[in-house]
Design a protein around this ligand. Structure first.
Ligand code: ADP
Ligand code: ZN
Ligand code: ZN
Length: 815
């Protein structure tokens, strides 16, 4: 049956969908979950069809859908359902939710194709026709398609007189498939370098030196190598290769890259371990869950280095063996490299099909991966937060690695939590959710103890390796001895020197990027603040400017204090750039690299630096917390943590939890191989329990202490929270609306609900907007949701724009 109207969700900050008429010609073409182009105000927008309706609301002015974008609906019915849940639970505009779930818009670069199916092939001939009532034009088209090899561009149907509706009917009858293909783009190539065999080689004009010898050794050992990989393995610069090519010691050619094959995989052999007893019993419980065939949440609590990844890959294998698909979520782009590679090695890039989704891919790459998943060519997806929306069908398992990570929370609309959405999606699809961590969030562990989740435990490291020994460096002591303001203490300095002498590796972590994170005037005490935000700007030395890490604003470096014109401008607080420079000066012979969001933007940059460190081509890696978790570097014997306590001074009830997690994770990066590890934590608060418990890597102790505090103060997991922010560029309006909202809220205060505020938000100004904050607390989430929905209706009555009020359900940060 075909409908005349449908509701379309549009990427606009409004909490409603919009009704459009379906023109006669598109009646059979428009589908649920498919994207369409519609007129909206004076623009054209791409939206998603979320519902068919018989009749629109009376009196509404209805416009026509302009055209369809998808022939295969981008969103499956299950994803539509999930999107509606997110919009309801997080009070997010439904159109913005669907926008977050859709593939990147690269339609211009994709080509739509028609492919003949098995039963289509059979129907192409009159004699063998599976569908007898086929009209003659349809049959001509099918036999044409068969004769042309089974795949034709979409437009060829029109040329034969078939309209879109007819094509759609053939698809529904299972005679053809429609697919989005990334063809028509130049095939990607890479440069491959080989050692010239002696026979063709004239007497080399260059004398062999250490560098050329390394190149020779690498190429002789491994055969021809892609340039990027050779640079890494031989640890030399590009110019050496160029020189050797000129001197005819090497030869090079371009090789086509198979999009499904990642050059990063070349030469990689996945570990093949027998599971130990603990891993085996964890896997048994996962298997038992699958046997039950119903939804369940499992929490895998395994200390760092206990071999959780191995349990993940086997769990995925179990899902695949049952004909199901699986998603593995990781908290950092960097981690998709390792798990992605391991999965490709296990499950094959093309056969079972592994797709990787994250934001450091180019749009084209992301679209390609996305459609591979949508077409069922990939059955395993590895990715960061938004991969929870991967359009897999028949989902059996969602793994959330390091489930406690705050990067799973999206801090812009829609403000969903990837882990929580994973659980909801698993429930909707009757799948298993497997959360893993060495330091579970208080919420998840609380649920595991209360029996809501099933707890699986890996208590020891693999092969009974010891945990790293963790030592505290009290910076107050260090300063009183040395009177130096070096970012690294003498203990850490000595530790690194020892590491270099023993030819092992060191990781040095700092949780701020840039050169210095604050610019102060010694004369008047003013700091240089961003003009749009109430926060100090960070100094980036190489780029020679100040940057705001919240809104991206830039400023030249001031010579004089902007406030009092004094010349005593002073840069304060070392960031990662400063630390790298400092280490280069202190250890001139060492091979050092830095990894943070300034040095790693693309997949390739991640691969080069992390690959070089893993291959032993670097001695010291400096980085922000993207290095703290998950990585499995076998030769790291020392981890130094600089500025560990910065997070303790934030006005945030989760400060202790975050610090404990970060330090325990960091400690987990040392001593993972055969060599024992050592961790040095520099801090000004050595007696804080978050630091003390991290030193002992004692999760139960920390959990016990922290839950006491949360219970006493009525914070999660004992209370549900919502953070409501009223914001506007005009201070007067922001104040007036806060006052109005406060009137509404005060009627609900104290009835099972506590409402704090309005108060100036900790970030009182952000991106030019003034911000006031309400914090809502209730032991009953349903009550919280009800009052918030009431607040939304109240805004509408008072004509307060929806965009001026931000609701953050289950907030992670209260800034
Ligand atoms: P986690 O994620 O728990 O910190 P990983 O999954 O990274 O730990 O595993 C740590 C290391 O132990 C990896 O190098 C992995 O290959 C290895 N490993 C995993 N399982 C076993 C096992 N059963 N026997 C020996 N080594 C193992
Ligand atoms: Zn000044
Ligand atoms: Zn700013």
């Amino acid at each position: 049956m075909s409908f005349s109207f449908c509701n379309v969700s549009l990427p606009v900050p409004l909490r409603s969908t919009f009704t459009y008429a379906i023109p006669e010609t598109l009646r059979d073409v428009v589908q649920l979950g498919a994207r369409v182009v519609v007129p909206f105000r004076k623009k054209s927008l791409v939206g998603v069809v979320v519902e068919f309706v018989e009749l629109p609301h009376q009196g509404a002015k209805i416009r026509d859908i302009a055209k369809t974008v998808d022939f295969v609906p981008a969103l499956t019915p299950k994803l539509l359902e999930l999107g509606h849940w997110i919009a309801g639970y997080y009070l997010a505009p439904v159109g913005e939710v669907f926008r977050a779930m859709l593939p990147p818009v690269t339609e211009l670069r994709t080509e739509r194709q028609i492919a003949l199916t098995e039963s289509g092939r059979a129907s192409a001939d009159e004699e063998t026709a599976a569908v007898p009532l086929l009209n003659p034009e349809h049959r001509t088209f099918l036999s044409n398609l068969r004769d042309k090899g089974g795949v034709l561009p979409f437009g060829s149907a029109a040329k034969l007189g078939l309209d879109d509706a007819a094509v759609q009917r053939l698809r529904r009858a299972g005679l053809i498939d429609i697919r989005e293909s990334m063809v028509g783009r130049k095939a990607k190539t890479q440069r491959v370098i080989a050692w010239k065999s002696v026979a063709t080689q004239e007497a080399p004009q260059t004398a062999f030196d250490a560098e050329t010898n390394r190149v020779k050794a690498a190429l002789e050992a491994r055969g021809p190598l892609p340039l990027a990989q050779l640079l890494r393995v031989a640890n030399i610069s590009r110019s050496v290769i160029e020189r050797m090519l000129r001197d005819a010691m090497l030869e090079s050619w371009d090789e086509r890259i198979d999009p499904a094959e990642d050059p990063f995989d070349i030469g990689y052999v996945p570990p093949a371990h027998e599971l130990n007893a603990e891993q085996e019993s964890a896997l048994k419980l996962v298997r038992a869950r699958f046997e039950l065939g119903e939804f369940g949440v499992l929490l895998l609590h395994g200390v760092t280095g206990s071999g959780k990844t191995e349990v993940y890959t086997r769990a995925v294998q179990e899902a695949l063996a049952r004909g199901k698909t699986a998603i593995i979520l990781v908290p950092e782009i960097a981690l998709t490299l390792w798990i992605g590679r391991q999965c490709r090695a296990w499950f094959g890039a093309r056969f079972e099909g592994v797709a990787v989704l994250h934001s450091a891919l180019s749009e084209v790459e992301r679209a390609r991966e996305w459609w591979r998943v949508r077409h069922g060519e990939a059955r395993v997806v590895v990715g960061t937060r938004s991969a929870v929306f991967a359009p897999l069908e028949n989902l059996g398992l969602i793994i959330v690695d390091e489930e406690q990570e705050s990067s799973y929370k999206q801090e812009e609309t829609p403000r969903y939590h990837g882990r929580d959405v994973a659980i909801v999606r698993a429930k909707m699809e009757n799948a298993v959710a497997l959360l893993g961590s060495a330091t579970p969030s208080l919420e998840s562990y609380h649920h595991a103890r209360s029996g809501k989740y099933e707890l699986l435990t890996l208590a020891g490291r693999v092969e009974s390796r010891p945990l790293a020994s963790v030592e505290i460096v009290d910076l107050r002591d260090d300063f009183s001895k040395t009177h130096q303001t070096s970012p690294i203490s003498s203990a850490l300095q000595d530790g690194i020197a020892e590491c270099l002498a023993q030819k092992t590796q060191a990781l040095v972590l700092i949780n701020r990027r840039g050169y210095s994170w604050s610019v102060l005037c010694r004369s008047c005490g003013a700091s240089v603040q961003c003009e749009n935000c109430s926060i100090s700007m960070a100094h980036h030395k190489q780029r020679n400017r100040l940057e705001c890490h919240y809104c991206g604003a830039l400023k030249p470096i001031p010579k004089l204090c902007p406030k009092c014109q004094s010349q005593y401008v002073y840069f304060f607080g070392a960031g990662s750039e400063h630390l790298e420079e400092h280490l280069r000066a202190e250890f001139p012979g060492a091979r050092i690299a830095r990894l943070d969001r300034d040095t790693a933007r693309t997949k390739r940059q991640y691969q080069e630096t992390l690959g070089a460190f893993a291959d032993g081509a670097l001695d010291i890696l400096v980085g922000t917390q993207m290095l703290a978790k998950g990585h499995d570097f076998q030769r790291v014997t020392l981890v130094g943590v600089v500025g560990a306590d910065y997070s303790l001074s934030l006005p945030d009830f989760r400060a202790a939890e975050r610090t404990f997690q970060l330090l325990t994770q960091v400690a987990g990066r040392a001593g993972r191989g055969a060599l024992p590890g050592r961790v040095l934590i520099q801090t000004f608060y050595p007696e804080h329990y978050a630091i003390q418990d991290a030193v002992r890597q004692d999760y139960p102790a920390f959990y016990a202490r922290e839950t006491q505090f949360r219970r006493a103060m009525a914070y999660p997991p004992f209370t549900s929270l919502a953070n409501v922010i009223v914001r506007h560029a005009d201070l007067g309006k922001a104040i007036r609306w806060s006052r109005q909202l406060s009137e509404y809220f005060s009627a609900h205060d104290d009835r099972g609900l506590r409402i704090l505020g309005p108060a100036a938000a900790p970030l009182a100004k952000l991106k030019k907007e003034h911000r006031f904050q309400f914090l809502l607390k209730s032991p009953k989430r349903s009550l919280l949701a009800k009052v918030l929905r009431g607040a939304m209706a109240y805004l509408e009555r008072k004509e307060i724009p929806q965009t001026a009020v931000l609701v953050d359900m289950d907030p992670l940060s209260l800034m």
